[in-house]
Ligand binder design. Structure first.
Ligand code: GLU
Length: 426
């Protein structure tokens, strides 16, 4: 942990997500030859809200928490994007994540803009009641900017369906009517969608499968290394092992496991459920978590935090495909190294778009008041992910650029076209 934070500190600006987002944006805008005015419009977040919220703690004291909601763009539809609770949330990070949501929704062509929220807090040090009060007060402070046609939050790091239920309830109490479509990722009983909890992991599985086909990596059981065993990594591991991939390594913040013959993912999930950790699992050997990223494999799936692949370690990767389950796991400096090594990158704004795609399905179902079965949700997700994968890869081949640049170009072009069609109310 110490070694990693020291290394990241020395990496300086490389690890600022807003600068990373800007670098990717500039490259794509340049290639598209976007005019200066359009670049300024697309680059600047449309609205940034900062709130300082007083919250009553269980011991009777008050604490003030800072929260953000950034709506990067509403050109293609309402703002869309998760809310994270973490001690290291910064406005720059939320800005970057909001812009990535804009590009992500455009890559998979769903009718949303991009937004993101964050509250600076240490969720594991707070009781359920304290978390509920933080969530409700944060929601009430940004309420005029939320709504099914305005901005629709969803879960992200350290938030879940329970958080979404509190947001839905707070919003509904204020507007005096139950408004399920104001958030996605809700519990099923409150208008959630079947297939939403698995959606991000399922999307990762689909695009990885397509990439393996594309590269004709015909190994009967491709070897996969996954960083993170939460909602994204855990689900991807489960779904990938179901279709015969060999999950040879799982890396968590407190340890890593290795089994060259493939880890039994169901058994590991059960073990983690019972013990609270992946460590001491009898079906795999412990391995140094700082070295595990560099194992030889067909697929590396970082599904945890930002900046894990950077200029200091990118040349040590031994994967053929990098599927970015997390948002922003790779720095722009690392991109060049990966390109040189010939690693096939499935960029985050494509790879992890399954989550927001099923969020879109949830929003549609809520507004229709008519719910789909799981097979239909998964079928529609499959279609969107396969088509988007093909669109990005074809674009990359046609324009002679890497997949990430192609995904950004495709997305910027779609958003810019909408802005041109709408005209600028200047
Ligand atoms: N937080 C997820 C993401 O980064 C999901 C967002 C959503 O469903 O709105 O894509």
């Amino acid at each position: 942990m110490i070694a990693m934070s020291t290394m990241l500190a020395t990496l300086g600006q490389e690890t600022n997500p807003w600068m990373a987002a800007a670098a990717r944006f500039d490259e794509a805008a340049e290639k598209l030859k976007l005019d200066d005015g359009m670049r300024k419009i697309l680059k600047s977040p449309a609205r940034e809200i900062t709130v300082n919220i007083p919250v009553l703690l269980d011991d009777g004291r008050f604490e003030v928490f800072t929260g953000y909601r950034v709506q990067h763009s509403i050109a293609r539809g309402p703002g869309k994007g998760g809310i994270r609770f973490a001690p290291d949330v910064t406005l720059d990070e939320v800005r970057a994540l909001a812009s990535w949501m804009t590009w992500k929704c455009a890559v998979v062509n769903i009718p949303f803009g991009g937004a993101k929220g964050g509250v600076i807090c240490q969720p594991n040090m707070l009781s359920d009641m304290e978390l509920e009060r933080i969530t409700r007060r944060y929601t009430s402070e940004i309420i005029e900017f939320l709504g099914p046609e305005r901005d629709v939050p969803a879960p992200d790091v350290n938030t879940n369906e329970r958080t979404m239920a509190w947001i839905m309830d707070t919003y509904s109490m204020h507007v005096r009517r139950t408004t399920t479509a104001v958030v996605t990722g809700k519990p099923m009983a409150l208008g959630g969608s079947l297939g939403r909890p698995e959606a991000t992991g399922r999307g990762c599985m689909i695009v990885t499968r397509e990439a393996l086909k594309k590269l004709a990596l015909n190994r009967s059981s491709p070897r996969v290394v996954i960083q993170g065993f939460g909602n994204v990594g855990g689900m991807a591991a489960k779904l990938m092992s179901k279709i015969g991939f060999q999950i040879i390594c799982i890396i968590e913040y407190d340890g890593a496991l290795y089994n060259p013959n493939g880890i039994d993912i169901e058994a590991l999930a059960k073990h983690r459920g019972e013990t609270g950790s992946i460590n001491n699992f009898p079906g795999a050997a412990p391995i140094d978590k700082n070295e595990a990223l560099f194992l030889e494999c067909e697929v590396l799936l970082p599904a945890a935090t930002e900046n894990v692949i950077h200029s200091g370690n990118a040349d040590r990767l031994h994967c053929k495909i990098l599927c970015e389950g997390a948002n922003g796991p790779t720095t722009p400096e690392a991109d060049a190294i990966l390109a040189e090594k010939g690693i096939f990158v499935i960029p985050d704004i494509l790879a992890n778009a399954g989550g927001v795609t099923v969020s879109y399905f949830e929003w549609v179902q809520d507004r229709q008041g008519f719910f789909w079965n799981e097979a239909l949700v998964n079928k529609r997700l499959e279609e969107i992910m396969v088509n988007s994968f093909e669109a990005v890869v074809d674009y990359a081949e046609k324009h002679g650029v890497h997949n990430r640049t192609a995904a950004y170009m495709l997305a910027l072009d779609r958003v810019a076209s909408c802005i041109r069609l709408r005209g600028i109310y200047a």
